[in-house]
Design a protein around this ligand. Sequence first.
Ligand code: BDR
Ligand code: CA
Length: 308
Amino acid sequence: MLLLIDTDPGVDDALAILMAHAHAEVLGLTIAAGNVGLAQTTANALKLVEVIGADTPVFPGCAAPLVHAPVADAAFIHGRDGFGDVGWPPATRKAENEHASLAMLRLTREHPHAITLVCIGPLTNLAVALKLDPRLPQRVARLVIMGGAVTGRGNYESVPVEFNIGFDPEAACVVFEAFPQFDLVDWEATTRHGIDHALLGQWFERGDERARFFEAISGHARAANLARGRAGLMAADALAMAVALQPELVTRAETRHVAVEMAGRLTRGATVVDWNGMLGRPANARIVMEADRARFEAMVAAALGGPG
Ligand code: BDR
Ligand code: CA
């Protein structure tokens, strides 16, 4: 399987990227601003690739949302540097000169119908790529998006909104309208598949240097999740990556039309689902409701270098 990952690392992005490298071929990481600023998310991606020992190219992309300044970043979960503020030395390797959106266009031309595109950050880079070349969806084998809160239980600045969509609603709207079909792993599915802290501790003990790195960078996020009384570590991007890597891991899904609210007074960035098919519009999203937890956990454990 060929993967192209659009990401804003980020702790759960890091876990997803570790999983991707353990289980598939990764053509590149295209980088967005989101959890923290673009310079930092790019630096984090480079560091992660170095820790993995891969030569995956890292393409920096858009430094800001398409239209409006973001309401907030997610440093309160991921740390000010996005990787838990543990002070790892920066990677020695450098990012590519090619812009993320252009890399998306080129790589999908070089590998038509072969790439699974996994978007685990705000959708700015993909929206720009779509504006440059509206035929892009025809060249992508599959699109998996981590984003949204399909019944309105979000995690961003207004109640019904999830971070990746709320950070850049215009970009999300462009993407949701351009792709006829995609898998959507939303925040609510994430909360149903939290990773147990004790289990994570066992994987840290049994794993290799990837486990040690992830243990260090995830400390801040684990504490933040515990402080919020959440059921385990919320690893949204890791769950999305598991769905990308093993589509059959999904045990329950609902296929519906999903649109993005851009103007709501209280709901800007909400993912609006036509649950009852009232609009007669094509169902663009396969919304993941449940995934096989054991298989998800086994994939995470393997990505940290240890048995499940
Ligand atoms: C999403 O927001 C980010 O903080 C995470 O990395 C994930 O992509 C979850 O809402
Ligand atoms: Ca992310």
